[in-house]
Each structure stands twice: as structure tokens, then as C-alpha cells.
Ligand binder design. Structure first.
Ligand code: NAP
Ligand code: GDD
Length: 348
């Protein structure tokens, strides 16, 4: 019987939240996976170490390469060496607030990084290689009416992060139209997990309130409590990335839950699940969450966590993905919070 050739995927951003879930998914689908990791002074592979520990090295199906998407030469060389069937570009300076502090760096990585990968595919004439761009709901930015956003909603980014993602989105469309590359955008709304970086708001809230409950921390200090987000689970969203590249043609896709919550409601839900009775006092910068049992302030607000321009409302209409990709979220926001709390409670 003829041996079926395994598909080869190259993941930029393998050490990140999404990269780790995508790698797990593709390994289950029998892919050979190559991931690109940038050099850092200490190991930052904790999200994929369990994959290394569990794989059968005789299978030779999981490889990590040093590289950096700020460096065109190494990016082109890795792509040339591997000649993957699928490239997932998940690499980015992905923190919106931080993009106000390091705008030029953010544009270099988050915008130009995608151009460098697409240029490598074009120069190397890899006509069969499919490209996935990690586009973002942050591109919508200033939303005029609070309806669910879809693939036709115009973009009005509110940060250099958002602007960079619009550049990468348009570059992906352009390389598809100009050079016939199978290049698709997943416009993913916020997605979280136990592996979320600690400075994103969901992880900060879950980690903070668990530590308050355990007596390890006095309070959690946040910024804008009234921002509205559509929060899904990163594990579900990894499935959508793969489906996007299996579709018969390249296209652009909104991936979301179509449910919304405020940051404050997220805090209330986490507190309730931890059996903390929270009451809110004050307004604006003076607003505080008080533990009714102890009278202690356990949530407060500091203007340093506000952004010069905010994205007030994000809720996504994923009906196109549901219809054509047969994708829908399997994990509710409520179950996502349970998963995040459970993991946090297991931390020593
Ligand atoms: P993340 O946890 O911050 O991961 C980002 C990844 O990019 C990390 O592996 C990081 O490496 C890598 N990276 C950063 N700069 C790089 C460079 N110069 N060269 C090579 N790799 C570099 O982000 P995530 O939540 O997994 O998100 C994945 C992608 O989806 C990002 O592009 C993000 O902007 C986008 N996105 C995320 C969401 C969301 O809600 N999570 C929604 C829409 C779009 P280190 O580990 O060394 O930092
Ligand atoms: N990070 C953070 N820290 N955000 C806070 C805080 C805080 O202390 N307090 C309130 N917020 C508000 C932010 O102002 C924002 O409105 C909301 O919580 C969510 O912030 P983040 O969790 O930092 O995520 P984000 O929405 O800015 O960006 C994430 O989602 C994008 C998709 O819409 C990131 O994952 C981006 O990479 C992604 O593209």
C-alpha cells in the first residue's frame, strides 16, 4: 500500500498561546510541524514543552527553529528549507496597550513581518504553499453602531497594533490577488485560555482574584471596566485556522462567539465562581469592588491601564464561517472561565 505523504506546517509564533494549541491540533491530524522561535535570554517554550515531552522522536514530527520575522533572510531561508504545505503566521507584538509604548517595533513585527513571509513565498515561487494570516477584530476599532461585526464591516483601527493588523490583512489580500497565492485572513475576536499571557485582561482578572482568594494578593488593579469584548476559547479558534486553510479557495473569515461581555461582568463572573461576594462602589477612576465578607477593596481602577484611544465594542458575526467552514465555537465564555480558574487553582 502506498504511504500517504504527511502534510508539513510551518508555524510562526509557536511559543504563543495560539501557536501551542494549533501545534497540538495539527499533531493530532498527523502533520509534521516546524515552529519558529525567536531567541530570548531565558527559555520561553513553556507552552510547548509538554509537546516535546510527549512526542515520539523517532517519528520526527515536531521541530523548532530559531528565527525572527524582523529578519527577512532567516525568514526566507527557513521557508526555503522546509517548503511547507501550510504557513500559519501567528507571530506578532500582540499587546494593544504595549503598541502605544513601542509603535515602531510593533509595526515592524506585526505589519512588516507578514509582508516578509509573503514575499518569501512569492520569491521562492511556492505556488502550492497556503498562508494563514492572524488578523484581528482590533482592526474594526471605532465601531459606529453596536451590531455584530462581519467580513464587510469597515476598519477604523485605534492603535498602531490595529493599524499594523490592517496592513497585514490588506497585504494578504493583495498577494492573493496579485500573485495567486492561497492567502487567507482569519479575523479572530478575542480568545483566551489558561495559556493566555498574564497581562491580558482575562488572565489578569482570573490570576488576580484566585490569588486574592488564596490570601497571596490584596487586590487587582484594572483600567476600563466598561469595554465590551467577545471572548472565545483559543482551543476552538485553532480549529478555525486549520479549517480556513482547508477551504476550497482563499478568503477572509470572522471567527467569534457572537456573545458579548464587559470587563466588569467578567470580574463579577470570576468572583461569583470563586464564591466571593462583590459589591461595587464609586464611579470612574474611583470605582471599587469590595469583598462584602471582609469589607476589603479587592478590585480598583488606575488610569495607567487606560489606553489613549479605546476600542469600546467588539462582537463578531461568524455566520459565514458557520455556513461554509462548518465552524462554530464549542466552548462557551462561561466554560472558558471555568477552564481558566481550574488551571489557576492548580498552580503551586
Ligand atoms: P501571543 O501569545 O502574544 O503569541 C505571539 C507569538 O509571536 C509568540 O510566539 C511570540 O514569541 C511570537 N513573536 C513575537 N515577535 C516575534 C518575532 N519578531 N519573530 C518571531 N516570532 C515572534 O499571541 P496569541 O494570543 O497567541 O495570538 C496569536 C496571533 O493572533 C497574534 O498575531 C495576535 O496578534 C493574533 N490575534 C490574537 C487574538 C487573541 O485574542 N489572542 C485575536 C486576534 C488576533 P515569544 O514567545 O518569544 O514572545
Ligand atoms: N490588558 C488589560 N489590562 N486590559 C484591560 C485592563 C487591564 O488592566 N483593564 C481593562 N482592560 C480592557 C482594555 O482596555 C480592553 O478594552 C479590554 O480590557 C481587553 O484588553 P486585552 O485583554 O489587553 O485585549 P485587547 O482586546 O486589547 O487585545 C486582544 O484581543 C485582540 C482581538 O480583538 C489581544 O489578544 C490582541 O492581540 C487581539 O488582536
Amino acid at each position: 500500500m502506498a504511504k500517504i505523504k504527511k502534510k508539513v506546517a510551518l508555524i510562526f509564533g509557536i511559543t504563543g498561546q495560539d501557536g501551542s494549541y494549533l501545534a497540538e491540533l495539527l499533531l493530532k491530524k498527523n502533520y509534521i510541524i516546524h515552529g519558529v522561535k525567536r531567541r530570548s535570554s531565558s527559555a520561553n517554550t513553556e507552552r510547548v514543552d509538554h509537546i516535546f515531552d510527549s512526542i515520539d522522536f523517532s517519528n520526527k514530527n515536531f521541530f523548532i527553529h530559531y528565527g525572527d520575522i524582523s529578519d527577512s533572510t532567516s525568514t526566507l531561508n527557513i521557508i526555503n528549507k522546509i517548503k511547507p504545505d501550510e504557513i500559519y503566521n501567528l507571530a506578532a507584538q500582540s499587546h494593544v496597550r504595549v503598541s502605544f509604548d513601542i509603535p515602531e517595533y510593533t509595526a515592524d513585527i506585526t505589519a512588516l513581518g507578514s509582508l516578509r513571509i509573503l514575499e518569501a513565498i512569492r520569491i521562492l515561487r511556492l505556488n502550492k504553499t497556503k498562508y494563514y494570516q492572524a488578523s484581528s477584530s482590533e482592526m474594526y476599532g471605532l465601531v459606529k453602531n453596536k451590531k455584530s461585526l462581519n467580513e464587510k464591516t469597515p476598519f477604523h483601527p485605534r492603535s498602531v497594533y490595529g493599524i499594523s493588523k490592517v496592513f497585514a490583512y490588506n497585504t494578504t489580500v493583495h498577494y492573493r490577488e496579485a500573485y495567486g497565492i492561497f492567502a487567507s485572513n482569519g479575523i479572530l475576536f478575542n480568545h483566551e485560555s489558561p495559556r493566555r499571557g498574564p497581562t491580558f485582561v482575562t488572565k489578569k482578572i482570573v490570576q488576580g482574584l484566585v490569588r486574592v482568594k488564596q490570601g497571596l494578593q490584596k487586590k487587582v488593579t484594572l483600567g476600563n471596566l466598561y469595554a465590551i469584548r467577545d471572548w472565545g476559547h483559543a482551543k476552538d479558534y485553532a480549529v478555525s485556522m486549520w479549517k480556513i486553510l482547508q477551504y476550497k479557495k482563499p478568503d477572509d473569515w470572522v471567527i467569534a462567539t457572537n456573545k458579548d461581555n464587559t470587563v466588569k461582568k467578567f470580574v463579577d463572573t470570576v468572583a461569583r465562581k470563586l464564591d466571593i461576594k462583590l459589591s461595587w462602589r464609586g464611579k470612574g477612576i474611583q470605582e471599587k469592588g469590595i469583598d462584602k465578607k471582609t469589607g476589603n477593596v479587592i478590585v480598583d481602577v488606575d488610569k495607567k491601564f487606560f489606553r489613549p484611544t479605546e476600542v469600546d465594542f467588539l462582537r463578531g458575526d461568524f455566520s459565514k464561517a458557520r455556513k461554509y467552514l462548518k465552524w462554530k465555537p464549542a466552548i462557551s465564555t462561561n466554560e472558558l472561565i471555568d477552564d481558566m480558574i481550574e488551571e489557576e487553582l492548580s498552580v503551586d
